[in-house]
Design a protein around this ligand. Structure first.
Ligand SMILES: *[C@@H]1O[C@H](CO)[C@@H](O)[C@H](O)[C@H]1NC(C)=O
Ligand SMILES: *[C@@H]1O[C@H](CO)[C@@H](O)[C@H](O)[C@H]1NC(C)=O
Length: 204
């Protein structure tokens, strides 16, 4: 038999858990610290043998560059910075929209911000490309969310496109996670397929 006090404790405990669940949690890096806007992080697969850190890929000797991965895990790769859609955000939160930009430049004049491309003719997938946000209308193709892969465990995430914070009234029928796509030995990142669980490693 539970005493009234322990039932009360249980209820307040459940209420606290529910209150925490409704507030978007900070996304954590590999050291357990909240991700900060404007700071450099490497994105890499949570599981080995899934390629290396994220980087820019020259897919076909032409512009734009594509968002992809190094072939093997190791020190190579490019860091990114996060820019939350929410004005004045001091941490990057789960299930919120942000722009993601490589801290690098390319020979293409385009920006190194991530953007969802048109459905690719060759792969029939929407690849993630490097490019500036739309200058007209809402830049919905340039915002990405970070979600936990396992609800009860922080630290391992999936990247997802579903810009409902940028456009709360939009009804997106084509939301989805970002996964890897290997083409001619090059690892590209794309929607419309698998999901690649990732972790965020702050640049030393
Ligand atoms: C790469 O470029 C060649 C020549 O322009 C073209 O035929 C081929 O379809 C392109 N491949 C991809 C994957 O876009
Ligand atoms: C991965 O390997 C492929 C095939 O050898 C190569 O074309 C590509 O440039 C490599 N990717 C990186 C990021 O070095």
């Amino acid at each position: 038999m539970m005493s009234p006090t322990s039932v009360g404790n249980l209820i307040s405990c459940i209420c606290l858990a529910m209150a925490i669940a409704t507030v978007a949690q900070p996304v954590l890096d590999t050291a357990g610290r909240a991700l900060q806007p404007g700071v450099d992080y490497y994105i890499k697969p949570a599981i080995t043998d899934n390629g290396g850190r994220f980087t820019l890929i020259n897919r076909n000797n032409s512009c734009p560059f594509f968002v992809g991965q190094e072939n093997v895990s190791g020190p190579a790769g490019l860091p990114v910075t996060f820019a939350p859609f929410a004005a004045g955000a001091t941490v990057v939160r789960e299930s919120r929209d942000q722009m993601i930009t490589f801290s690098a430049s390319t020979t293409c004049v385009s920006s190194t911000a991530w953007k969802v491309g048109e459905t690719d003719r060759v792969t029939q997938r929407r690849l993630i490309v490097a490019g500036a946000p739309a200058s007209e209308g809402l830049p919905i193709r340039s915002y990405f969310m970070i979600n936990r892969v396992e609800p009860e465990r922080a630290g391992v995430y999936s990247l997802r496109w579903c810009p409902t914070e940028v456009c709360p009234t939009c009804r997106f029928s084509n939301c989805g996670p970002i996964g890897a796509l290997v083409e001619n030995g090059k690892r590209l990142l794309a929607l419309d397929g698998s999901v690649l669980p990732v972790v965020f490693e702050r640049r030393a």
